[in-house]
Design a protein around this ligand. Sequence first.
Ligand code: FPP
Ligand code: MG
Length: 363
Amino acid sequence: MGAGHEYAAGTAAPSGLPAARLLGRLALDDPEFEIRMREALERAEKWLQACSHDALDPRVGALTGHLAAAGGKRLRPLLVLLGAEFGDPWADGVTQAAAIAELVHIASLYHDDVMDGAATRHGVPSAHARFGERAAVLGGDWLLVRAAQLAADLGPAAVHLNAQAAGRLVAGQLRELAGPGPDEDPVTHYFHVAAGKTAALLAMSLGIGAVQAGAPAPAIAALTEYGDQLGIAFQIADDLLDLRAPAELTGKERGKDLLAGVASLPVLLAREGAGPDGSTASDSSGVEGADAELRALLAAGPVPPADLPRALDLFERSGALAETEAVMHRRLDRARTALCVLPDLPARRALLALCDYVALRTS
Ligand code: FPP
Ligand code: MG
């Protein structure tokens, strides 16, 4: 732990969780379902806050509870609870499973912010900015261990799902760090990374909720497949938002990934130079002209700040954005298709609405 860093007591999580607001959009005028889910989210939140703060040493509790107290969308607990709707949502362990999914997510953010040197997260200083790098790494480790302890209390299936998801997350992040292999197609590499660092935990969230609730095996498989497809679409949506959305919507500066030289899907497709129909740009007019100029800009590595407005403008006119959107929509269609085998419950309708929400956010 870095000397001189503060260890103030963690603050309470803000009331009105973003997941509860998201739920308002997904519940589709079913107040009974919405209220029941909102209450379940609040129960999960209590477990999350308790488990992320309950180290014996209060200074450690302030470190490990820092990001849980700061907020976050709580998408993963919401997915756990939606998965549980396909069995008995009141079954033992469903609430704890929702806490496990968020603990693993938060643990990964402690580590990710160290790796990215991020100064802020959820509008507050990142854990390493506040407590120092070495403490932040250990804080993330502690949260991961806490998730494992909770999973051990639930039984072998939860232990297995938790370990598998954490392993896929780390493998995805390592793959991103290493970059594509010498003979690997960069777009294929992108999908492997997204499947690990983003989709694995969404799939696990739905799966562990369904498992704890005793849902039938075909439902567990369908929900896991939905989570894998939604997760990749989610990552692509994030890539599109970086290029399109104002900072007020995302909390991140527009074009931050371009400045950092991140190989997002639109960047990879623009580098490949495929037009909306898959053709390669060759002349210097219209969409093809924008594609060619953009390719030249991106070939030089991270976009210099002075070129950012031009790069964003070129993206708007390029075929790469339309192609990226098409790829995202194909993933969302696969996610929707996976749900076909499930009964027509409010939770299924909410998962379908979540696909629409992801698509809408990026348009
Ligand atoms: C955010 O990506 C990062 C992740 C979704 C996963 C990070 C995973 C690890 C650091 C591996 C360690 C995992 C565990 C379980 C301890 P981003 O940097 O693209 O997005 P951001 O803008 O939100 O930071
Ligand atoms: Mg990051």
